[in-house]
Design a protein around this ligand. Structure first.
Ligand SMILES: *[C@@H]1O[C@H](CO)[C@@H](O)[C@H](O)[C@H]1NC(C)=O
Ligand SMILES: *[C@@H]1O[C@H](CO)[C@@H](O)[C@H](O)[C@H]1NC(C)=O
Ligand SMILES: *[C@@H]1O[C@H](CO)[C@@H](O)[C@H](O)[C@H]1NC(C)=O
Ligand SMILES: *[C@@H]1O[C@H](CO)[C@@H](O)[C@H](O)[C@H]1NC(C)=O
Ligand SMILES: *[C@@H]1O[C@H](CO)[C@@H](O)[C@H](O)[C@H]1NC(C)=O
Length: 468
């Protein structure tokens, strides 16, 4: 229906170019065999351009409809599409009188008539679409030729914004050897008409949707002074990103979120690094699995690869951080005390920054520097000396006092032990607090870095996606 309508439009436009003086074929009867008979001399002329005066050009009108987008191959930079190419031109030898010959139209094998050598310059492979062996012949000499073509065309693909990319590929139609004086190539429709027609018939699109077709005609001067005509059709297609968002971006975001939440695990009680190691392992397996979804190219690195690598790098970085913190928490008993300036800086500046109070450490300090305890420890050697002398002198002393003295001695020994342990504990405690403060600080940095980079990438994607 649509095609026949278009055909009529084409023919009407063609009639305007029709030269006035052409030889009319003589039919012997008004049936098809006599018409074919009359057409025999025309068929014998199939190898030459169908013009009576060689200085007249053949006007070829071209229009095409995109019927399928089969896909793109990022690695070899090709676009695979399926198009219907419609050509109309005038054969000045095959004009007959429909009243005398009985028919206005006849379909003849295309090998019997001359055809323009219109090619797509970007063609990379042989046309594998089923051949259409017939072309239509109109009584006034117009020839209508429609052919499906499976176009594998080279196209410079820009996949930086993958999977939110829009590709702009060009089909350049021209006659391979004829110059403008011989074949005058014209577009018989605007880009918008082609877009509309294509959107109506397009079936297979895969992950692509047709955005727009724009077309223009260019005349190119050669060094020999000839002019070649080119019809440049720019096909803009847009990728459907849903598959990639669901299969690549969302899982990565979830894993990063889990990694973030793992900072809530109490570092003193649970070894976070084991948990994070599992996450990194899981993410690596995920990346291996989804690797074939990503486009492979030589030069540009798509933003999504940067995103995925960044997720992995962040996970590894937090794993290293957890190992560091775990080391400080569990291995700090053997460390020498932290340098005073460092401790002060961490406690006073960073501690306040991340709102971890160091009061409990100060309390520990006060236990040690308790005046009573100090007194006790100071007096202890004296007491011991007294104790020995008295023991020697008064053996018959009251038993209960003796018992009390013994208890006092034992208590002092215990106190000394506890004090030594506490001192060691204090340095360890300081390291633990330093670890906690650094952990919290790095967590904040981590959140800051992740949000800034994610928002940047998101903005680039959103802006580029809404632009076209
Ligand atoms: C057709 O016949 C007319 C005379 O009837 C003749 O003048 C003309 O040349 C013929 N045309 C062709 C193509 O043979
Ligand atoms: C067409 O060419 C063939 C030979 O290729 C010849 O036998 C035939 O007579 C020609 N027909 C006409 C109408 O000239
Ligand atoms: C052929 O066409 C050219 C220009 O269109 C004209 O000058 C010339 O006279 C024509 N020749 C004949 C034989 O009609
Ligand atoms: C595609 O690129 C060509 C130039 O290479 C440009 O003229 C045309 O406007 C572009 N089309 C779209 C839809 O961006
Ligand atoms: C010895 O202990 C008894 C009670 O067991 C007590 O009455 C007495 O006063 C004590 N003697 C001295 C010298 O403290």
């Amino acid at each position: 229906m649509m095609k026949s309508f278009k055909l009529q439009v084409l023919l009407i436009t063609l009639l305007m170019y029709a030269p006035s003086s052409v030889a009319v074929l003589n039919c012997t009867g008004s049936d098809v065999p006599s018409l074919v008979n009359a057409l025999q001399p025309v068929f014998n002329l199939s190898s030459i351009r169908p013009v009576t005066n060689a200085s007249n050009p053949v006007t070829v009108d071209l229009i095409f409809t995109l019927t399928a987008i089969l896909g793109v191959d990022e690695k070899s930079q090709v676009l695979k599409t399926y198009i219907w190419r419609e050509l109309t031109w005038k054969n000045e030898f095959s004009v007959w009188d429909p009243d005398k010959c009985g028919t206005e139209w006849i379909a003849v094998p295309r090998t019997l008539l001359w055809e323009p050598d219109i090619v797509i310059n970007e063609f990379m492979e042989k046309n594998t679409a089923p051949p259409v062996p017939y072309i239509y012949l109109h009584f006034d000499g117009d020839i209508y030729d429609s052919q499906p073509i499976r176009v594998v065309s080279s196209c410079s693909l820009d996949i930086y914004l993958f999977p939110f990319d829009i590709q702009n590929c060009t089909f350049t139609f021209n006659s391979y050897i004829h110059v403008m004086d011989e074949i005058q190539l014209l577009l018989s429709g605007t880009g918008d008409e082609m877009t509309e027609a294509s959107k109506m018939v397009i079936s297979t699109m895969g992950e692509w949707s047709l955005n727009k077709i724009t077309a223009n005609r260019a005349e190119i001067d050669t060094v020999e002074g000839n002019i070649y005509v080119e019809l440049q059709c720019h096909i803009s297609i847009r990728r459907h990103p849903t598959t990639y968002v669901v299969n690549l971006l969302l899982p990565s975001c979830f894993l990063i979120a889990v990694d973030l939440f793992s900072f809530m695990l109490p570092p003193k009680k649970i070894d976070r690094s084991l948990f994070k190691m599992t996450l990194v392992l899981g993410y690596t397996v995920f990346l291996l699995n989804t690797n074939q979804m990503l486009p492979i190219t030589g030069d540009t690195v798509p933003l999504i690869n940067v995103f995925l690598s960044m997720c992995l790098v962040m996970m590894v970085a937090t794993l290293v951080e957890s190992i560091f913190v775990t080391n400080l928490l569990h291995g700090s008993a053997d460390y020498p005390p932290a340098p005073r300036w460092f401790r002060d800086f961490v406690f006073q500046v960073l501690g306040r920054l991340v709102r971890i109070s160091t009061k409990s450490i100060e309390r520990d300090n006060t236990v040690i520097q308790n005046p009573n305890a100090q007194e006790m420890s100071d007096s202890s050697p004296v007491v011991t000396k007294n104790d020995i002398s008295e023991e020697k002198e008064t053996l018959n002393e009251n038993k209960s006092v003796q018992v009390l003295r013994k208890i006092n001695r034992d208590l002092k020994a215990i106190h000394l032990q506890v004090e030594k342990k506490l001192k060691r504990n204090l340095s360890s405690q300081e390291w633990i607090y330093i670890a906690l403060i650094i952990d919290r600080l790095l967590f904040f940095f981590y959140i800051l870095f992740i949000s800034v980079s994610f928002i940047t990438i998101l903005i680039i994607w959103v802006v580029s996606y809404s632009k076209a």
